[in-house]
Design a protein around this ligand. Structure first.
Ligand SMILES: C[S@@+](CC[C@H](N)C(=O)[O-])C[C@H]1O[C@@H](n2cnc3c(N)ncnc32)[C@H](O)[C@@H]1O
Length: 291
């Protein structure tokens, strides 16, 4: 396989927009990108419990993971809770994502310690308050997570502000907390070379499928970063290679300045409680100040 073979045009897609791409993303995140945010979210969960005592036998905590992808953060949080000997039957999880393919992966991977409920909801960060269970204005989230730098997906004018305002509608007053991750590689002037992504990798879910990806242009223009890549999924049948999917991946991401998000948040009715610096990202912990 040469670069020339793969760099012939396929349809424009984003990196989460097919079942093959969703699996490819999962392979990369498990083998190359490998986030180290588990302990921060476990601490966030413990804080949530210390901030609000459940007030009856049927009361529950509500945790929403925005941009949940394959549900990694929810599964890791559930495992940490169970490993600490705590019961999950008072926790409801919602994983929200704009990609149904990512949600399908999330739903296909079991969560071993059983929470009160898990729902995988198709929808966008910018319309949180109009989606169940928040649309009636009664249910409130105790903990909201937008992990692994995903707020950089909100690159269009006004989108991040819209998301931050939506948080104020759904977050529980006083005790609710939102944790928003800003990835170091997606901050202005601080872009490191990404580790080279796997050129060729076999699927673990689809028999005889091989993924190939070649990185294309990576352009930084002000606070916007645009990356291109070429992707294909092939299947070998009787020694013949068949292309089963071909795509040109285009991805726009917003690069954030040091205080951009906390400044926007305070205009939108949220206030910074503290920041948690991890190996490759910073978590901004916020609460709602306009009640
Ligand atoms: C970098 S991945 C992170 C996945 C997961 N949170 C993790 O840490 O493994 C970003 C995810 O955000 C989703 N996403 C992008 N824009 C979104 C939006 N406006 N609302 C909700 N999810 C979005 C993508 O489909 C993708 O699954």
């Amino acid at each position: 396989m040469t670069r020339e073979n793969i760099e012939t045009p396929g349809p424009n897609m984003d990196i989460y927009s097919s079942a093959y791409l969703a699996e490819y993303y999962e392979i990369i995140i498990n083998s190359i990108l490998v986030p180290s945010d588990t302990s921060a979210y476990w601490t966030a969960y413990k804080n949530m419990m210390s901030l609000r005592t459940l007030d009856g036998p049927t009361a529950t905590y509500l945790v929403i993971d925005v941009g949940t992808g394959n549900g990694r953060i929810i599964r890791e949080m559930a495992t940490a809770v169970a490993n600490a000997g705590l019961n999950l039957h008072t926790t409801e999880f919602i994983g929200l994502d704009t990609s149904q393919h990512m949600l399908d992966r999330a739903a296909s991977i079991p969560i071993k310690p059983k929470p009160a409920s898990v729902s995988w909801i198709h929808g966008s960060a910018v319309e949180l308050a109009s989606m169940p269970p928040f649309d009636k204005g009664v249910r409130k989230a105790d903990l909201l997570v937008f992990g692994f730098g995903s707020i950089s997906h909100l690159w269009r004018d006004g989108e991040a502000e819209q998301f931050l305002r939506q948080i104020t509608f759904i977050l529980r007053p006083y005790t609710g907390r939102a944790y928003i991750s800003v990835h170091d590689n997606l901050t202005e002037g601080n872009q490191k070379e990404e580790p080279p992504l796997l050129d060729e990798t076999p699927s673990k879910s689809f028999p005889n499928i091989i993924y190939r990806k070649v990185d294309g242009e990576h352009i930084v223009n002000g606070n916007r970063c645009t990356t291109k890549a070429f992707f294909e999924a092939t299947k070998d049948v009787n020694d013949e290679r068949h292309i089963v999917e071909k795509a040109q991946i285009d991805m726009d991401l917003r690069l954030w300045g040091k205080n951009d998000i906390s400044n926007l948040a305070s205009q939108c009715g949220l206030s910074l409680v503290d920041t948690v610096k991890g190996e490759e990202e910073t978590l901004l912990n916020m609460w709602k100040v306009r009640l």
